[in-house]
Each structure stands twice: as C-alpha cells, then as structure tokens.
Design a binder for this molecule. Structure first.
Ligand code: 5RP
Length: 291
C-alpha cells in the first residue's frame, strides 16, 4: 500500500510533472474543446486561476454575503478569472453579456439540515453545454456516508463531460468529523483524478500540501474555507500556489471581506504575480481605503 512505507522523498515535489505542448499539468492529451475550456478558466500565461465561488446557496440558502448576488457579486465579475455558481443563479442573475467563463455546480440534493454526502447529479450535461459553461463541478465525499454514490456521480459526470468536451472539477468534501491532513487530501485528490476529473478543488493544509499537489496528476485549485482575517487568507493562497496549486476557488474569504473588490484584487496579485502576503495585504488596505 502506498501509504504504508516511509514517505521520504517519494513525492519529489520539486520536479514538476511534464505536460508537453500545453500549459496545464495532466491536460496535454485532452481534446481541443476540453483544452479550450480549461484555457478560459486557467490563464495560459501564469497557468493559474482565481475562481470566485458563489455556489453555497445550493445547500445552505442565502449565505452571508450572498443574500443579493446581483448587488454584491456581479460587480466583482470583472476581477475574477471564472465564476463557480449554480445554473439557477446563472440564469436568473448573471448577465449573459459577461465574457467570464462560468463553471457550474452540478451536484446537489441534501440541505444543511440533512446528511450532506447524500448528493446526486443535479444537472444534465446538455444544459451545461446550452449555458456555454466552461466546466462543471461536483462534490466527492471520500470517507463519507455516501462515498461510493458520490464517486459514481462524479464518474457519470466525467463520462458525460468527455462526450462534449466539458471539464469536470472534483471537489473534496470534508465531513464534520473527518481529519483534514495531507494524508487524507492525498487520498481524496488522487481518487478524484484517477477516476477522471480534469481538475480538483481541495483545502490547503500547512503540513505537506506540496505532497497533495505532487501526487495528484491533474491541477489542484485551493478551496477557501471559512472566513479568516485577510492576511491569513492571503498567506494561505500564497503558500498554496508556491507549493504547486494552479490557483484558487475562493468564496467566503472574498465575498465576506469588508472590501470584496479590494480582496479579490489582492488574491489576484498573489496568484498571478506571486505577490507576497504582506504586500498583498497593503494592496488590500490601500484599495479598501480608496473605497
Ligand atoms: C464546498 C464548496 C462550496 O460550495 C464553496 O465553493 C466553498 O467556497 P468557500 O469555502 O471558499 O467559501 O465547494 O466544498
């Protein structure tokens, strides 16, 4: 078993996985349409993305900061590389004139009042194509009560995505009682990649995140998680991209900030320009002061 022997240097985090002819790890042998959609979400110059996650309502209703997506999120659109949202919000609120790529939440079922791993596929691939989506995202509950079903949901979505050239982002969903460490995320990310997702959204861990990235053969985007002070969130994003993440898919740490526009600009600098956290915080504070 891979986890049974001594870790040592097995992950070789300093040696990037080759992707001849394309800028994204693990994506060089995909078809043109799939690559084109990935190149809309990930910036081909930096190889990274700042996705703005606003899909929370699909299981928790009007989350703080997302009560009015028309008023609070639409103004942020010019500053993100892609939006992660539900098709309901896309059709009802997001202007169709927006040139930004849209990645659509494709799983759902239980609300916060029930067992969260009890999800199903909640959108036909045909609708994602109709909506000109740049990708779809689905939760996978490794170790969760409905682990097998959530994996099967993802593999069905991957099969449907391959038929039309639609990348699937597998999201590692961590149950309330699960240990959030590098060993768990190595397991979850690798399963998601092995079973066909074109990229993976997962959480940052302070110890060993580079091994999570190195052992996952497709790009990883860092999930934001609960709201933290701005400097902590910027430091987490900085560390994640320095340790190999291909960007972030952040929600609450942007839209629950006192100054979401300033915060997304600071995250953008960290992700695409390798701006150090303290400098990015100064940028945030100065933009916030300018209103
Ligand atoms: C949970 C999700 C969420 O729906 C959302 O995208 C999380 O964003 P954040 O934690 O940054 O607020 O994907 O895994």
């Amino acid at each position: 078993m891979p986890e049974a022997d001594i870790e040592g240097q097995r992950y070789q985090s300093g040696t990037p996985q080759a992707a001849p002819g394309f800028f994204l790890k693990g994506s060089h042998q995909l078809d043109w349409g799939m690559k084109n959609r990935l190149a809309r979400v990930f910036n081909p110059q930096s190889g990274r993305t700042v996705m703005l996650a606003v899909d929370h309502g699909y299981f928790q209703g009007p989350t703080t900061g997302l009560e009015r997506i028309d008023l609070n999120i639409v103004p942020l659109l010019p500053q993100c590389d892609a939006l992660f949202c539900t098709r309901g919000i896309l059709r009802s609120v997001i202007p169709a004139e927006s040139p930004k790529p849209m990645v659509l939440r494709a799983s759902g079922g239980p609300s916060i009042l029930k067992e969260l791993s009890d999800e199903q596929i909640a959108m036909d691939m045909e609708d994602a194509v109709r909506l000109n989506a740049a990708g779809v995202g689905i939760q996978v509950f490794i170790g969760g009560e409905h682990e097998t079903r959530s994996i099967h949901n993802m593999t069905r979505l991957v099969d449907a995505g391959l038929r039309v050239g639609m990348p699937v982002m597998g999201v590692t969903a961590v149950g309330r009682d699960m240990v959030r460490d590098a060993k768990y995320f190595r397991l979850a990310c690798r399963i998601i990649a092995e079973l066909g997702a074109q990229y993976v959204k997962t959480y940052y861990v302070a110890e060993g995140f580079d091994t999570v990235v190195a052992s996952c053969p497709v790009p990883i985007v860092m999930a934001g998680g609960q709201k933290q002070p701005e400097l902590d969130a910027l430091t987490m994003a900085y560390n994640a991209v320095q340790e190999g993440a291909a960007g972030v898919d952040m929600g609450r740490n942007i839209f629950q900030s006192d100054a979401p526009k300033a915060m997304i600009a600071a995250v953008h600098a960290v992700v695409h320009k390798n701006t150090k956290p303290k400098e990015a915080l100064d940028m945030y504070l100065s933009l916030k002061a300018q209103g």
